[in-house]
Design a protein around this ligand. Sequence first.
Ligand SMILES: *[C@@H]1O[C@H](CO)[C@@H](O)[C@H](O)[C@H]1NC(C)=O
Length: 379
Amino acid sequence: MSYRKVLLKSIAILAVLFVIRYLAKQVLLLGFHKTAFTHWPGPCRSVSPVEHGAEDMVLTKNGLAIITSGIDVAYRGDVTDPRISAAPGKLFAFNFNKPEQNATELEFAIGTDSEFSPHGISIWEEGSETRIFVVNHRQDAETIEIFKLIGDIAKPKIEHIKSVQDPLFTSVNDVLATGPSSFYATNDGYLRFTAWRGLERLLSRPWGSVVHYDGSEAKVVVGSTFEYNGMGLSLDGQFVYIARPFTSSIMIYERSSETNDLAFHQEIAIGALPDNIFVHPVTGDLWSGCTAIGYRLLAAFENIDNWAPSLVLRVRPLGTKDRPFEQFKVYDVFSDDGHIMSSSSSAAVVGNGLLIGSVMQKLVYCDMKVDSTLSRDTY
Ligand SMILES: *[C@@H]1O[C@H](CO)[C@@H](O)[C@H](O)[C@H]1NC(C)=O
């Protein structure tokens, strides 16, 4: 064989190997090989009147969950079922002290401009003041809406304070408050326009970022990321946890409390696609609403009647104070084939109560047989 032929043959073999590698990665990511099982931690039921998603949620110290509902990410090309885009953006409250009650819708106005398509949510509590931060996908911009939570737990109310907008907010997924008007935000990508965003994702372009806004200016604290999603803050404020569904892992960054810069600390593989992260206020464990099977979620985006199996994981650190996740254990707390809970994305926990939210379907409450504050190896 001539030199030229050997070269061409080598290139062809490399190209084939490259395609096989790409396809294998996609098959693993989308979970074509996976089966959905159902396993509940106790009796579970859906919470009325939430029907069109509870993508993310936060919890106040006194046990009130605030929930974002009615996400519309059609502009990214994620969603094609028109029923998903038609659902209005809302905020709901759920009281863990009275879990038998329904969720209640919170009424508010964000200035004269009522565009509201909520995504990630965060909370800042200091003294008697509680602030709620919500990612809002407006038609022409990505904003963070800051609200004040008022009224008592039986009749919660919220009041809009301000909208924050910055050129560094390119395609915001989640927000994490670091003060009454400062926060981190994850950009899960760069381009907003559907077709180009699809291409950005298909080619795995690392055009996302994590930014910090200090109350007047935004700066990039982690650059060149790909599809970073929900965030959580460790109880001591030292670490920021970021869900990275496309690698089935959680990224851990060490945070400078002065500059809010983030330094890479560790990446932990959890074996499922995490969406949002809830840091348990007592134990510091990470509870994550996950996508159980990737391709089933894509099928649900196309037609909401295709159930997407759900999974809630609890990731328990077993390491030292400085390296808490040096060792860890992952518990499957809740899994469902999609009947009661389709497209799970978020969770919040108080004692035996587990609240689970979904991208575009229901809100579910489970009365767990085990108290989540116990550190016993029980799940
Ligand atoms: C919750 O709402 C449903 C209808 O949406 C109603 O039938 C039910 O009585 C309510 N439950 C409570 C405890 O208020």
